[in-house]
Design a protein around this ligand. Structure first.
Ligand SMILES: *Cc1c(COP(=O)(O)O)cnc(C)c1O
Length: 389
């Protein structure tokens, strides 16, 4: 079930500025270095590719205050999932109007807290959450997340979020009855989605929901397309423009009146802005005839590389041994946990010259890394983030 990729040994360079910083400052490893100029450039590229959509940055992808602050200055809005993310965004200068509480799984007390701070946009996918919203966030704009029937993404959500589209119609009608503003439907195709057709089937379904509601006297106005825009890791991903064109064509085809579009990119804003510098702890073989070397890094599943679970995300790796012979490796983290193996099914090659103490740079690692690292599993501290730009 695992795609076998021949991950190129000589991956393209770490962005020059990041590498220069790492070489000059020689920070303690592992660490994540973020180039805030790249965050800004990615945000602007998304705006340029889909200017008709309002951008709500999904904070969980990289909640560093510096990243949020840079995006506030760019004029971004924010998709938040908890009271902690609300506090974080407000502390960095975001206005409550620019926040959308997009997590359909929330405590009543957290709805009340958000409403008290001025948040007026919420997503729900169940009757229970809708009833809480009606009482604790009266008059707010609400959208209903439905389960999109699309091919699997790189890091699928399964059936945890969303409801059946017919249920979404019923719940949005109920939302209007309860005095809420029934904004429209929303979906998320799953993170790291490389197939633009995924958005197309979601848009067709959302249009059917909007039409059904219109026919029963509940006009809706928006369509939230979620996130999922992919980053090229070991395998390249289609550029944003391809997704934008598919989205634009599908909206024109399925909607009679163009809805207000919202998107919630996370990964696409921050992934390429970051590089993790790690260090080789040990290179070993399990027997004298072992064809694979085991390369143990000072970072693993529990200190930032959570998305290597199931080997969903295959990062490009860069060492300081360019153009030397390489051989197959299994790559693992430093903890005493049997699951802390990063890649054993995905085929990776690293230089035969690689030794303990050498650096391994993990590219495009700005999304879903630092915030996933554990507090101190096995005594390894959380992944620190440094910034340039
Ligand atoms: C995680 C998440 C996103 C961001 O997804 P990406 O794949 O990083 O773009 C957007 N919206 C919601 C509701 C999410 O949970």
């Amino acid at each position: 079930m695992h795609a076998v990729l021949d991950v190129p040994l000589s991956a393209p360079d770490v962005p020059t500025r990041l590498r220069a910083y790492l070489d000059d400052h020689a920070p303690t490893t592992p660490c994540l270095l973020i180039d805030l100029d790249v965050v800004r450039a990615n945000y602007r590229a998304i705006r340029a590719a889909l200017p008709e959509a309002a951008v709500f940055y999904a904070v969980k992808a990289n909640p560093a205050p510096e990243v949020v602050r840079a995006l506030v200055v760019e004029g971004s809005s924010f998709d938040v999932a908890s009271t902690g993310e609300i506090d974080l965004c407000l502390a960095q200068g975001a206005t409550p109007e620019s926040l959308s509480y997009g997590n359909p799984i929330k405590k009543a007390a957290d709805i009340a807290y958000a409403y008290g701070l001025g948040v007026r946009r919420f997503t729900f996918d169940s009757e229970g959450d809708l009833e809480n919203l009606a009482v604790l966030a009266p008059g707010s704009r609400v959208s209903c997340r439905f389960i999109v029937d699309a091919p699997q993404s790189g890091t699928p959500f399964g059936r945890k979020f969303g409801c059946d589209p017919d249920m979404a119609i019923r719940l949005l009608a109920r939302a209007a009855d309860l005095g809420l503003s029934a904004d429209g439907a929303c979906f998320h195709v799953g993170s790291q989605h490389t197939d633009p057709a995924a958005w197309v089937s979601g848009i067709a379904e959302a249009a059917r929901i909007a039409r059904a509601l219109g026919e029963c006297g509940v006009p809706t106005r928006s369509l939230n397309l979620g996130g999922g825009f992919p980053t090229g890791y070991a395998t390249p991903a289609p550029p944003l423009e391809v997704h934008a064109a598919a989205i634009r064509a599908a909206v024109a085809e399925h909607f009679d009146t163009a809805p207000e579009l919202l998107i919630e990119p996370g990964r696409a804003v921050v992934a390429t802005a970051g590089v993790i510098r790690s260090e080789v702890v040990l290179v070993s073989r399990k027997c004298d005839t072992d064809t694979h070397r085991w390369v143990y890094l000072d970072i693993g599943r529990y200190s930032g590389l959570a998305e290597t679970e199931n080997e969903y995300i295959a990062y490009r790796l860069l060492t300081a041994h360019p153009a030397t012979p390489d051989g197959p490796v299994i790559i693992a983290g430093p903890t005493c946990d049997g699951d802390d193996v990063i890649y054993q099914h995905t085929s990776y090659s690293l230089p035969l010259a690689l030794r303990a103490g050498d650096h391994v740079d993990i590219l495009d690692a700005g999304a879903y890394t630092a915030s996933y690292s554990s507090v101190s599993f096995n005594g390894f501290p959380p992944l620190p983030t440094l910034f340039v730009g």
